[in-house]
Design a protein around this ligand. Sequence first.
Ligand SMILES: Nc1ncnc2c1ncn2[C@@H]1O[C@H](COP(=O)(O)OP(=O)(O)OP(=O)(O)O)[C@@H](O)[C@H]1O
Ligand SMILES: [Mg+2]
Length: 258
Amino acid sequence: MTRLILLTSGKGGVGKTTLTSNLAASLAEFGENVIAMDANLTTPNLGLQLGMHLTPHTLHDVLKGKSRLQDAIYPHPLGFRVIPSSLGLDDIKGVDVGRLPEISFSLLGKADYVIMDSAAGIGREALSAISATDEIIIVTNPDLPAVTDALKMLKIAQEPNIKIIGTVVNRMKGEKHELMAEKIEEILGIPIIAEIPEDDNVALSIAAKKPLVNYSPNSPAAIEIKKLAAWLSGRKYEKIKSRRSMNLLQRFVAWLTK
Ligand SMILES: Nc1ncnc2c1ncn2[C@@H]1O[C@H](COP(=O)(O)OP(=O)(O)OP(=O)(O)O)[C@@H](O)[C@H]1O
Ligand SMILES: [Mg+2]
């Protein structure tokens, strides 16, 4: 059975795209059959984060009826598949975002997981993404504006046919002024399923166009994302056993985070 999971947020820039690419890579590493889809049509970044931003066919083309869906599904070297969206401003014109559910639900039976990245906020595009999913993960940062916006999004997403899996709190710095996880849980009223730390390796992995879990598998954020992927798929998280594939710095980080 295919699980259709959307990563959404009220506020922009909280880490949805980063989580989408990394959850897809982590689940694929566990042997799951995964499709990552960029349902953020106005500011798409998934293809860019994965080095797949110049593909001949995109989700935009599919939504416009110019390409077949199967032609816009590309294999990623890490073993999952990607449906990228177009970075071109012109490609947004004439896109029918209302067709997103038709596209996503047509993927049922074609993978174990379809992980969808959404645009932030409660605009038409983000709302259409919500109607295109069965399950939702809310992504936020540990600050009041992000959590307040997440609450708005959560209220909109509370539909009888949608399962809200929980909240991922990303970019936790452990600073005094941050909202504590317990407080966020109390405000949103749904469980926190991951607390991902602020990690400079994220920006480095994005610059390298590789998912963090592959670029720096034992970095603090990668470990928390892999734990989340393990939990989502009912596995027990285990750290990478083979140290041979790690460079000296990664081995040092692995030793530090043991
Ligand atoms: N755990 C982290 N530690 C440090 N930086 C992070 C972390 N997670 C994300 N970032 C940084 O935050 C920025 C925004 O991340 P991302 O693009 O994934 O957010 P988004 O929610 O998809 O944004 P948008 O709403 O614009 O689509 C990126 O530059 C990324 O490097
Ligand atoms: Mg994004």
